[in-house]
Design a protein. Structure first.
Ligand code: NAP
Length: 259
C-alpha cells in the first residue's frame, strides 16, 4: 500500500534503537525525510547512516536529551515545522509504590508526559496552518491495564493520555490527527532490561524470564520493532485521517480486555 506520505518530513524522538527506530525505518521506507534523536551520538549517527543507505531519504541526527527544554529546542531548531511527529523517550525504572519520591515522579512526568505535550504545543500550530499533520505518541499498554512495578510509567502516561484525548478533538477539524500507540512486550533493550530485573529478583536465567513473559502473551512471542513501526507509519499515512484520539494496543493480545 502506498502510504501517500513520500516527501513529508518527520521528527522521530528517541529513535536510535528499539521502537523509535522501528518507526523511523517504516517512515523512511514510505519516503519520509527524518530528524532522528537520541542521547548517544555514536549510535544515533550509525542508525542515521544505515537509514540513509537503506531508503535514500534525508536523515538528520540530533544527539540530545529530549526530556530537557534545551534538548527539545535543539531538535525543533533542526525541523520547526514537521508534517509528522513521533514522540518517544526512555521509560521510567520499575519499583514499588513506596520507593518513589517527588523527584522520581517529576523525572517520569518530564520524560513521558510533559515532553510529548511540549513537542505538540510547538508543532501543532504549523500543522494546523497547513491543514495536515500526524502525531503518534509511543506510550505503553500500561495505559489500558496498569503494570504494578511500573507505577511511575502508569502515572505519567495516564496524564499524557488525558491530554491527547481532549487535544486531538480540538485539532482534528484542521486535518491533524493525534493518536497514541501502546506497545506491549517487544524485543528491544528495554524488554531485556526489564527481564534482567526479574533474573536478579528471582534468581532465574534470562531465557526462563523471557519464556515466562512470552507465556503471558496470547501470541506467545515478543513483538518486533518492525511490526510496531509499520503500525506507526500507517497511523501517519494519508489513509488514517479519520483515526482520531485513539489508544491503539500493539501487544499480541496481552491486554486482557473486551474493548
Ligand atoms: P529502547 O530499546 O531502550 O530504546 C530507547 C531509545 O530511546 C534509544 O534510542 C535511546 O538512545 C533513546 N532514548 C532514551 N532516553 C532518551 C532521552 N531522554 N532522550 C533522547 N533519546 C532517548 O526502548 P524501547 O523498548 O524502544 O522503548 C521505547 C518506549 O516504549 C519507552 O518509553 C518504553 O518504556 C516504552 N515501552 C516499551 C515496551 C517494550 O517492550 N519494549 C513496552 C511498553 C512500553 P540513548 O540511550 O542513546 O538516548
Amino acid at each position: 500500500m502506498d502510504l501517500g506520505i513520500k516527501g513529508k518530513r518527520a521528527i522521530v524522538c528517541a529513535s536510535s534503537k528499539g521502537l523509535g527506530r522501528g518507526c523511523a525505518e517504516a517512515l523512511a521506507a514510505a519516503g519520509v525525510d527524518l530528524v532522528l534523536n537520541a542521547r548517544t551520538a555514536e549510535t544515533l549517527e550509525q542508525t542515521a547512516q544505515e537509514i540513509r543507505d537503506a531508503y535514500g531519504v534525508k536523515v538528520e541526527a540530533v544527539a540530545c536529551d529530549i526530556t530537557t527544554e534545551e534538548g527539545r529546542a535543539e531538535v525543533l531548531a533542526k525541523l520547526p515545522d514537521p508534517d509528522i511527529l513521533v514522540t518517544n523517550a526512555g521509560g521510567p525504572p520499575p519499583g514499588k509504590w513506596s520507593d518513589w519520591e517527588i523527584a522520581d515522579f517529576e523525572a517520569a512526568l518530564h520524560a513521558n508526559m510533559l515532553t510529548p505535550i511540549m513537542l505538540m504545543k510547538h508543532t501543532l500550530p504549523r500543522m494546523i496552518d497547513r491543514g495536515w499533520g500526524r502525531v503518534v505518541n509511543i506510550t505503553s499498554q500500561s495505559v489500558k491495564a496498569p503494570i504494578p512495578v511500573l507505577g511511575l510509567s502508569n502515572s505519567a502516561r495516564a496524564g499524557l493520555t488525558g491530554y491527547v484525548a481532549g487535544t486531538s478533538r480540538q485539532v482534528a477539524e484542521y486535518g491533524v490527527t493525534i493518536n497514541n500507540l501502546l506497545p506491549g512486550i517487544h524485543a528491544t533493550d528495554r524488554a531485556k532490561s526489564l527481564d534482567g530485573g526479574v533474573v536478579k529478583a528471582e534468581g532465574i536465567t534470562m531465557e526462563e524470564a523471557k519464556k515466562r513473559r512470552e507465556a503471558t502473551i496470547p501470541a506467545r512471542r515478543y513483538g518486533t520493532p518492525d511490526e510496531f513501526g509499520a503500525t506507526c507509519a500507517f497511523l501517519c499515512s494519508v489513509h488514517a485521517g479519520f483515526i482520531v484520539g485513539q489508544n491503539i494496543l500493539h501487544d499480541g493480545g496481552g491486554t486482557n480486555a473486551t474493548i
